[in-house]
Write a protein that binds this ligand. Structure first.
Ligand code: SAM
Length: 268
């Protein structure tokens, strides 16, 4: 059944809902849906609406569908995960994003690390971010997510740490709200998988912590983070952790971490 996402919260007593122009076009012109066909619509509160098309829209109108069933989706992790991914070479970011969405990421922040080989121009960057956002939406539809993870604009290491501070402050002030969950609060876990770390594993780091409301972690580029960047991260309060004795490719590392987080906090 085709799945659509709308950036609003559908009132619990609503009997119909209306798709946006792009989704209307996709449903009617691309998928050629007709009267009687059913679709799933996720809203901003992770509520899944099973809907049926009663009437097709006239030209320029948007598609309004009748809600026949609603339920809170169980496909979202019980916490937010923010992946800060150092810009990798070529089109590896597409692979990183696709796997991260399937594994429950909430936000992806591309980071320009010292050893990031790829240095796209401003213009190219916005085109790439839009393409990456489309990859995230397609992956979210394919794997049945109840939300489309957000791909943010490229940040420097300093900007990414400032953004992390903002998130921590929002957590402290309770202004950052988990959907249908508790305020994010101060329990945010922040770490960097670092191949130079040989004392503390990700398991050692997670074990003492009950399930947090937020997790943020950084993954380095093909050449890894520089010593100066690692110092910057540690001064910002992030812990370095090992993912084991083998060196993972940058496009493997995020998926490995997300799989371990899912195992540790969702499956056990
Ligand atoms: N400096 C590495 C080397 O010696 O080849 C290259 C970095 S690795 C390709 C890319 C990123 O994946 C690293 O910056 C780190 O964030 C993560 N990573 C890879 N293997 C890891 C491991 N065994 N433990 C912790 N982090 C790892």
């Amino acid at each position: 059944m085709p799945r659509f996402f709308i950036e609003q919260v559908v009132p619990a007593d609503a009997e119909v809902l209306t798709l946006g122009a792009d989704d209307t076009h996709h449903a009617c012109q691309v998928l050629r849906l007709k009267q009687g066909d059913e679709i799933e619509v996720c809203d901003d509160h992770h509520t899944l609406h099973r809907c049926v098309i009663r009437d097709l829209p006239k030209r320029q109108e948007k598609l309004t569908v009748q809600i026949i069933e609603r339920q809170l989706s169980d496909s979202e992790p019980p916490y937010e995960i923010i992946l800060y991914q150092a810009l990798p070479k070529g089109d590896k970011m597409t692979t990183v994003i696709r796997m991260a969405v399937e594994l429950g990421v909430t936000q992806i922040v591309p980071v320009l690390a010292e050893r990031s080989v790829s240095r796209p121009t401003e213009k190219k960057l916005e085109n790439r971010r839009q393409r990456w956002q489309n990859v995230a939406e397609a992956a979210a539809k394919q794997c049945g997510r109840a939300r489309v993870p957000q791909v943010l604009s490229l940040m420097t290491v300093a900007e990414s740490l400032t953004y992390l501070d903002d998130i921590r402050l929002e957590g402290k002030s309770g202004s950052r709200q988990l959907v249908d969950g508790p305020p994010v609060g101060e329990d945010i876990l922040t770490f960097i998988p670092y191949e130079g770390e040989d004392a503390v594993s990700l398991h050692d780091y997670l074990n003492p912590h009950p399930r947090p409301n937020q997790i943020a972690f950084f993954v380095g580029p093909e050449g890894g983070f520089s010593a100066a960047e690692i110092d910057q991260f540690m001064s910002a309060g992030l812990s370095t952790v090992s993912l084991g004795p083998r060196i993972l490719r940058t496009e493997t590392a995020a998926a490995a971490v997300l799989s371990m987080l899912s195992y540790h906090y969702e499956l056990t």
